[in-house]
Ligand binder design. Structure first.
Ligand SMILES: [Ca+2]
Ligand SMILES: [Ca+2]
Length: 175
C-alpha cells in the first residue's frame, strides 16, 4: 500500500510532463552582468556567485526552474511559448540563495525581466539583467587576499555591510 501511494504522485507528474511537451516551444536567452557593468567571468568569482537560478511563469501557467553556472554570463533555454516573467536569483557555492543588500543593509530585490517566447525562435536580442553583488564583508570571499574572510578581516570593522575588505586609506604622512 505504502509503495503504491508513494508512486502515485510520480506517475501523475510524468503524465503532466508528457502533456506539456505537446505545446509549441521557443527559447529565451539572457545575459547577466554586475552593477556597474562588471562582466560575469570575473564578477561571479569575485562576488562569490556560483550559479544563477532562473524561475519564471508564463500567462498559460507554464513554469521555468533552471540553475546555470554564473561565470559564462548567459544562457539560452527552451520553454513553452507565451508571455513570460523571469526572476534571476544568485546562489553561492553551496547552492544557498544570496540576498544582496545596499549600503544601508536594505535588501535589494532579485532582478526580473519579461519576454514573449515565439515558436521555434530564440529571443534576440537576449534579456539583459544586472546583478547586485553583496558587500565584500559578507560574500564569503577573501577579497583582498590577506587570508581573512569577511568579519574575520579586521578591515570590515565588524560590519557585514562594509563594502570592502581593504584597509582604510592610510592618513597622509606628516612632513
Ligand atoms: Ca569578503
Ligand atoms: Ca580579506
Amino acid at each position: 500500500m505504502r509503495t503504491w501511494r508513494s508512486w502515485f504522485p510520480i506517475l501523475s507528474l510524468a503524465g503532466g510532463l508528457s502533456a506539456a511537451s505537446c505545446a509549441d516551444h521557443g527559447s529565451y536567452s539572457v545575459t547577466w552582468t554586475f552593477v556597474g557593468g562588471e562582466g560575469a567571468p570575473s564578477g561571479c568569482g569575485l562576488h562569490g556567485v556560483d550559479t544563477i537560478h532562473v524561475t519564471g511563469a508564463n500567462t498559460a501557467g507554464d513554469g521555468e526552474d533552471l540553475i546555470a553556472l554564473c561565470a559564462p554570463g548567459g544562457l539560452t533555454h527552451e520553454v513553452p511559448v507565451g508571455d513570460w516573467t523571469f526572476t534571476f536569483h544568485q546562489l553561492d557555492v553551496r547552492g544557498r540563495p544570496i540576498m544582496p543588500v545596499d549600503a544601508q543593509g536594505q535588501p535589494v530585490p532579485d532582478p526580473t525581466a519579461t519576454a514573449t517566447v515565439v515558436k521555434d525562435t530564440t529571443l534576440d536580442p537576449p534579456l539583459a539583467v544586472e546583478l547586485t553583488p553583496r558587500p565584500e564583508c559578507s560574500d564569503g570571499i577573501d577579497n583582498d587576499g590577506d587570508g581573512r574572510v569577511d568579519l574575520d578581516d579586521l578591515d570590515c570593522g565588524g560590519d557585514p555591510n562594509t563594502a570592502t575588505e581593504l584597509p582604510p586609506p592610510a592618513p597622509a604622512a606628516k612632513l
